[in-house]
Design a protein around this ligand. Structure first.
Ligand code: NDP
Length: 253
């Protein structure tokens, strides 16, 4: 493992599947030591074995994003065991769709807790470490990459609560970007269109049918497409900040 991120440490949330797993693998390939979090520890262990087999360094950290104490422990173990924190990828997320009138407030709370509050708490806990990393070697810059969505830029009927969380991520990221720019802590938002992952699996059969009608006929993105976007953002030289990247499948309108 040898590349632009040699000597750096990255923490990727939601790395047990999909975009997070591909991103951790990509950052490790570029030379970063990676700490990975999610609830499914068996998946994290498999990912870390693959990274190590390829010559990299990986640390699995089972944590529920909705539990601030577990998030704190994951960030602190990353710094204690890997030595520093240069890159935070806030990727963990949940998408439950459907008309607002038919939703339960418990579903809404879960999405806000994971997609928004969890992301904000992780950022808050990680920030002092990122500021410190940006102030010393190796790259004198640090990164927070927040995974929002096209649904964080355009609201759609049938996804009010999910859109609210992803719009929230965009707003939080832009304000934070302005606050941390002087410290050389870059804050970026990635807004994927439809990606072929497990994300939709938590939905009702009616929603799954609607999603298949909408996206079934198009060539959707793969997780690696978004991991490549994140790798590009983090790999920029110190004076270049990519604030936002919206990546759709070519045929998604
Ligand atoms: P996946 O369902 O494959 O990944 C979601 C990840 O989040 C999993 O690793 C899951 O791990 C983790 N996660 C969910 N809940 C929690 C929790 N309570 N605590 C800790 N980790 C949790 O979907 P994607 O890879 O597609 O999603 C990644 C991000 O991309 C999300 O933020 C999503 O909103 C966003 N996105 C995805 C799009 C798509 O079309 N797929 C489009 C636009 C944005 P575990 O279950 O093991 O805890």
């Amino acid at each position: 493992m040898d590349g632009r991120l040699n000597g750096t440490v990255a923490l990727v949330t939601g790395a047990s599947s999909g975009i997070g797993e591909a991103t951790a693998t990509t950052l490790a390939r570029e030379g970063a030591a990676v700490a990975v979090t999610a609830r499914r520890g068996d998946r994290l262990a498999g990912l870390c074995d693959r990274v190590r087999d390829a010559g990299g360094t990986a640390l699995p950290l089972t944590a529920d994003m909705t539990d601030e104490a577990q998030v704190r422990e994951a960030v602190e173990r990353t710094v204690a065991e890997l030595g520093r924190l240069d890159t935070l990828v806030n990727n963990a997320g949940l998408m439950i769709l459907g008309p607002a009138a038919g939703a339960t407030t418990q579903e809404w709370r879960r999405m806000v807790d994971i997609n928004l509050t969890g992301l904000m708490n992780t950022t808050h806990i990680a920030l002092p470490h990122l500021v410190r990393a940006a102030a010393d070697s190796p790259r004198r810059v640090a990164d927070i990459v927040n995974v929002s969505s096209v649904a964080g830029r355009i609201a759609f009927a049938g996804s009010a609560a999910y859109c609210a969380t992803k719009y929230g991520v965009v707003a939080f990221s832009e304000a934070l970007r302005q606050e941390t720019a002087d410290h050389h802590v870059r804050v970026s938002v990635v807004e994927p269109g439809s990606v072929d992952t497990e994300l939709r699996d938590h939905n009702s059969p009616a929603v799954l049918e609607a999603l298949t009608r909408r996206f079934g006929g198009i060539d959707r993105l793969q997780s690696q497409d978004i991991a490549d976007a994140i790798g590009y953002i983090v790999g920029r030289p110190r004076h270049v900040a990519v604030a936002e990247m919206l990546v759709r499948p070519t045929q998604q309108v």
